[in-house]
Design a protein around this ligand. Structure first.
Ligand code: DP6
Length: 354
């Protein structure tokens, strides 16, 4: 007998950045973070898991190539073992249940966007792995529990288990029992919001986030200030802005938090730089766009777009639907396809659980 499940999981883009761990083994963050889950049209991971008494070992294929499944230290293996444990509880309680927890698992996972594009693939990747295994094992645990298991794969994956606007609460427990995701507002809450994903051509690979953030924690003094005095206030304010659909406040906090994250990277010693000249050009362009006036009345048009950058040069620009056309034409005017390889807009969305 074979058992299997397939799911697709979405990408999320943080507006308050997760950067820094207080426990590197359990992936417990130094600060809470907040993101928006994007529609899956062409930004998702699709994962199929299958288990069978015939399988000799746990195996994983990523984007068509087999990857080693590393016991104990591998992050994927960690997630698998947690879910097997939960399955075993069900089997112990119901002796008629097939002993799936004893079967080896084959995992086939595919991103429908190039991993090399530098878009967060670990978030959708681990969220899909955890959700697919939970479905195959027929687990009854809720999404909050699943978010904690996804966290053991990658911090940002904690947030991809929910749709809409999602907070990953840092928590206080040294063992991480309260370090999980919560939904701040569902994807239906702000239907006019859009995320424009601008993939910037850049061949060279930057510092991986895991090692980058650990260097920041041990060397940056600016980082301590961020965690202590800046993030808590921003989180409170941006949650309120989201609930009120106050784009101006949402946008300003988003841009400031992206800028501070990259400032903290530059304050790391030796410094880490993720943005390139095109990224900096996008920042300038968005600030110009936000200071435009109405040509007839001369009245300011206000803050209508917000950029944010993760651990790479690609930009994500949050805006409202009514500005998309104008923004796309301005961006493609200043950044032709030779510099910016693709530009696509996404809606706040929810993961498909089955
Ligand atoms: C800049 O989740 O990739 O995208 O937990 O070590 O796997 P690990 O790191 P990862 O870090 C993401 C950092 C970020 C900000 C964010 O998504 O909040």
């Amino acid at each position: 007998a074979e058992y299997e499940a397939t799911v697709t999981s979405p990408v999320n883009i943080a507006v308050i950045k997760y950067w820094g761990k207080r426990n590197t083994d359990l992936i417990l963050p130094t600060n809470s973070s907040l993101s928006c889950t994007l529609s899956q049209d062409d930004l998702h991971t699709k994962t199929t898991v299958r288990c069978s008494p015939k399988y000799k070992q746990d195996r994983l294929w990523l984007n068509g190539f087999e990857e080693p499944v590393v016991p104990t230290h591998g992050r994927g293996y960690r997630c698998l073992q947690e879910l097997r444990q939960l399955r075993k509880v069900i089997e112990d309680e119901n002796p008629t249940e097939p002993k799936l927890s004893e079967y080896k698992v084959h995992i086939v996972s595919e991103n429908n966007f190039p991993t090399a594009a530098g878009l967060a693939s670990s978030a959708s990747g681990y969220a899909a792995l955890v959700q697919a295994l939970a479905n195959m094992y027929n687990l009854t645990c809720d999404q909050t529990e699943l978010s904690k298991i996804a966290r053991l794969g990658s911090g940002s994956a904690t947030r991809s288990v929910f749709g809409g606007f999602v907070e990953w609460k840092a928590g206080e427990d040294p063992l991480g029992s309260d370090s999980c995701a919560v939904c701040v507002a569902p994807e239906t809450h702000w239907p006019s919001l859009r995320a424009l994903v601008l993939v910037v051509s850049d061949a060279k690979k930057g510092t991986p986030s895991t090692s980058g953030m650990s260097a920041t924690v041990s060397t940056s003094t600016l980082f301590e200030q961020r965690i202590k005095y800046v993030v808590p206030e921003r989180l409170k304010d941006i949650k309120e802005a989201i609930l009120n659909k106050d784009f101006k406040t949402f946008a300003e906090i988003t841009m400031r938090d992206s800028n501070q994250f990259h400032a903290v990277c530059l304050d790391t010693y030796p410094p880490i730089t993720y943005m390139n000249n095109i990224s900096i050009g996008i920042i300038r362009l968005i600030h110009m766009f936000n200071s435009q006036v109405d040509p007839e009345t001369n009245a300011p048009l206000g803050v209508r777009a917000a950029y944010t950058f993760d651990a790479g040069p690609n930009a994500v620009i949050y805006t409202e639907e009514s500005n998309i056309k104008e923004l796309v034409s301005i961006i493609t005017h200043f950044f032709p396809p030779s510099q910016a390889t693709s530009l696509k807009s996404y809606l706040p969305s929810a993961p498909s659980l089955f």
